[in-house]
Design a protein around this ligand. Structure first.
Ligand SMILES: Cc1cc2nc3c(=O)[nH]c(=O)nc-3n(C[C@H](O)[C@H](O)[C@H](O)COP(=O)(O)OP(=O)(O)OC[C@H]3O[C@@H](n4cnc5c(N)ncnc54)[C@H](O)[C@@H]3O)c2cc1C
Length: 380
């Protein structure tokens, strides 16, 4: 039961955003940039942002060669180029808003490792560069096989390396803390531990039913943005967002680690990078969802032994065969996938807009979707 004061001061806003991930917070910041007088609140079910944005691998990436070839086959050249452009401009916006130090941004470039089974992707390198030519200041991808041995990768397995100089890496925790702080600085009200259970749209406003401490409270807004990514189907099943769990591990510090940067293979199903920690350089390695597609279509934040064991095997046999390490951290996080594989900002009611569709690659894209979600609200 709310007091008169609580009810009067906390329950009514111009806009409420559900979900404090990178899209929700970026939407809130964009709204305040466009219309500083709007009262804006972000509701987050966790004590801290508890979605993919704080549990990812921190790749500031645009898509590897094999991933882009897959997307061109599914969506065509124009749509694929538009998404890569949205990722690239999203990353510039994120860096401009927060500053590189505040999000731990480092630009060591990215690379894709090719094996016997997908070497034929090289035949399409020039075509993909042509598709992306107007996005990047220089060619997006080039062959750089000297790095295979220099970086200590197992040359028996890794047959080619395709370099991309524009990719970078962030510290996802620092980035999300900074984004949270920026939203607060701009006057956004952040309410944590607030799980929205039901959206009730009425003619003049939207009522959000929130469960907290075994009580239901109602918050009201003129407009609502739904930015709940993998959990969207709980509030808007008609949007067809499917959860997909991603698993990650991080090693102990490795003396003399020979590589820096972000690396992908197998259409982005596997990814690894260096992590600069106070104790030294570590390897973060994640992926393997393609080993158990059905089992990984879950929102459970647990681990799958088969996937973890396979990650460890590839790490020891292919990525760092000469290194001495053990595994210090393991976790999972939940991505949200849509069958179109395209970002989506759309009105799902007179007063409710949904912004989603990072499809497992939201670090760079999230700020762009946030801008578009805010525009959709303001242009109503
Ligand atoms: C293991 C893993 C590795 C990844 N690696 C990368 C990478 O290296 N590079 C990259 O670009 N992308 C990566 N991604 C994807 C990226 O993290 C996501 O695309 C991005 O974070 C999505 O942002 P979002 O704001 O849409 O969603 P989220 O960050 O998931 O935010 C949604 C928020 O909504 C909240 N919420 C949900 N339901 C409710 C409710 N009912 N009421 C209130 N709050 C609610 C959740 O708690 C959550 O905080 C990875 C994802 C995973 C899981």
């Amino acid at each position: 039961m709310l007091s008169y004061w609580e009810h009067d001061a906390w329950t009514r806003y111009d806009v409420i955003i559900i979900g404090a991930g990178i899209i929700g917070l970026s939407t809130a910041i964009s709204l305040k940039e466009r219309s500083p007088k709007l009262s804006v609140a972000v509701l987050e079910r966790g004590l801290i942002p508890s979605g993919a944005s704080t549990r990812n691998a921190g790749f500031a990436c645009f898509g590897s060669l094999t991933e882009i070839l897959h997307d061109i086959a599914a969506n065509g050249e124009n749509a694929t180029a538009a998404v890569v452009r949205a990722r690239y401009s999203g990353l510039q916006l994120l860096r401009k808003r927060l500053g590189d130090e505040a999000c731990g941004y480092e630009q060591h470039g990215g690379a894709e490792l090719l094996f016997d089974n997908n070497l034929s992707a090289l035949d399409h390198l020039e075509r993909v560069n042509a598709v992306l030519a107007e996005i990047f200041p220089q060619q997006a991808f080039y062959l750089h096989n000297a790095r295979i041995a220099d970086n200590g990768f197992e040359t028996k397995h890794v047959k080619a390396l395709v370099q991309s100089d524009f990719e970078g890496q962030i510290h996802s925790g620092k980035m999300m803390r900074s984004l949270t702080a920026l939203a607060q600085e701009r006057g956004v009200m952040l309410l944590f531990g607030a799980e929205v259970q039901h959206i009730e749209e009425r003619s003049q406003d939207v009522r959000l039913h929130i469960r907290h401490n075994d009580e239901t409270s109602i918050l009201q807004a003129r407009q609502v943005a739904l930015c709940t990514n993998a959990f969207t189907s709980q509030l808007a099943p008609e949007l067809g967002v499917v959860p997909a769990r991603g698993q990650v591990l991080v090693t102990t510090p490795i003396g003399g680690l020979p590589f820096r940067g972000v690396f992908h293979f197998d259409e982005g199903f596997y990814y690894f990078r260096n992590v600069a920690s106070p104790e030294g350089q570590r390897i973060l390695f994640g992926g393997g969802r393609n080993l158990a597609f059905e089992a990984e279509e879950t929102t459970a934040l647990t681990l799958n032994d088969t996937i973890q064991n396979e990650l460890e095997r590839i790490l020891r046999e292919v990525i760092a065969p000469k290194a001495d390490f053990s595994i210090e951290h393991r976790w999972s996080g939940i991505m949200g996938f849509h069958k179109s594989k395209l970002p989506i900002v759309k009105r799902i009611g007179e007063r409710v807009v949904a912004g989603f569709g990072c499809n497992g690659m939201g670090v760079a894209l999230g700020s762009t979707i946030g801008t578009e979600t805010a525009e959709c609200i303001i242009d109503q």
